[in-house]
Design a protein around this ligand. Sequence first.
Ligand code: SDX
Length: 429
Amino acid sequence: MADKTAKLTFGDTELELPMHSPTVGPDVIDISKLYAEGKVFTFDPGFTSTAACDSTITYIDGGKGELLHRGYPIDQLAEKSHYLEVCYLLLYGNLPSAAELEEFESLVTNHTMIHEQMMFLFRGFRRDAHPMAIMNGVVGAMSAFYHDSTDIHDAHQREVASIRMIAKMPTIAAMAYKFTIGQPFVYPRNDLDYASNFLRMCFSVPCEDYQVNPILSRAMDRIFTLHADHEQNASTSTVRLASSSGANPFACIAAGIACLWGPAHGGANQACLEMLQEIGTVDRIPEYIARAKDKNDPFRLMGFGHRVYKNFDPRATVMKKSADEVLDLLGVENNPTLQVAKELEKQALADPYFAEKKLFPNVDFYSGIILNAMGFPTSMFTPIFALSRTVGWISQWKEMIADPKMKIGRPRQLYLGETMRDYIDIEKR
Ligand code: SDX
């Protein structure tokens, strides 16, 4: 792939490093031979300037605020496509024909149940467990139930594991929710679409019929689509690194769930809604903006800022429009939290601090408002993010496993500790 080189000079060493050009985006300098040839490491905590892999799945232009899945812009997919079609696109590289889509949707629909014995895993948790803790445990345990799809070197088993993960995550997320509210589990139904099935598994009770609200299922499906994949974010990089050791796919997805839970990443949607509810009224916004700007205050505006986007997160733009639509259609006019969010966005974007640091609302800023209006508790926001991102983790996992360049990920370090020294017996310390 090298089509040009970079010269690196230090001390009396001069190296020529190959450079690779992408389809779109920045060139990369290939440093894989740097240590062998130059006996030096590069240093990049947080990987702010490091491409850890090559990929054909998702491209983000942070400056323009663009997000493409296999080349298709996220706003077009959110408007014209639906989650399972986006899953097909991410997994196989192109939009499906009608027949391919029908076959794929049937495959997913017919794998939504989980092994009946797994129910007892849920019962091992306290009822006040966070649903993410339950999901993490149950997904990690899947390798103990689905032995016939854990051999990562078998392409058919990789395919089976992929479909199982995408199909069963809504069931596991809904069961985690039901368990924490003390209600009976609801089995999936094959006559419902993916989003409607999830809503019914979460909100129906055995005592009465449940009719899915089409407005809510469309909004739910759009939220799934907006969270599906996002190139090499922290949880996807976690899944890739875990998979590089040859660990089974269920264990690797559980590692991704664990990483996503953090408030700097997927946990931000829960933290953002709790922040908006804590602010409560628009007159308290200046106090929180001042705190976010105060270097001595660890408080940050949750749902704001992004490692890559230095412009509007295109997903936030779609989510904001959807929040307006859903709340109006639900008759939740003048939702105080939505009013606070809109005024907070307006005041923050008018403030030089946020403008200079290019801090804009991200995907988590408005999603919680919609989920809250749909009836979900904040503790279910990140499980819904994990459910949606499973196809992204799985697609990136499949891409990496099939890559002949794949090897175990093993970063080095800048060591600042002690040089070698002899042990001191305790009586001499
Ligand atoms: C997701 O990577 C992905 O793609 C993630 C994601 C995905 O789909 O997978 O998009 C999903 O995780 C979205 C991000 C959700 N997190 C939040 O909303 C939490 C709040 N945001 C911040 O914690 C922060 O913006 C991060 C973690 C998102 C990004 O942090 P970076 O890239 O490491 O940036 P930084 O911490 O170095 O901040 C740069 C400057 C700093 O000020 P200085 O030290 O330069 O003076 O901006 C400031 C920060 O203090 N800053 C903020 C801020 N975010 C950054 N100040 C106030 N409020 C904020 N939210």
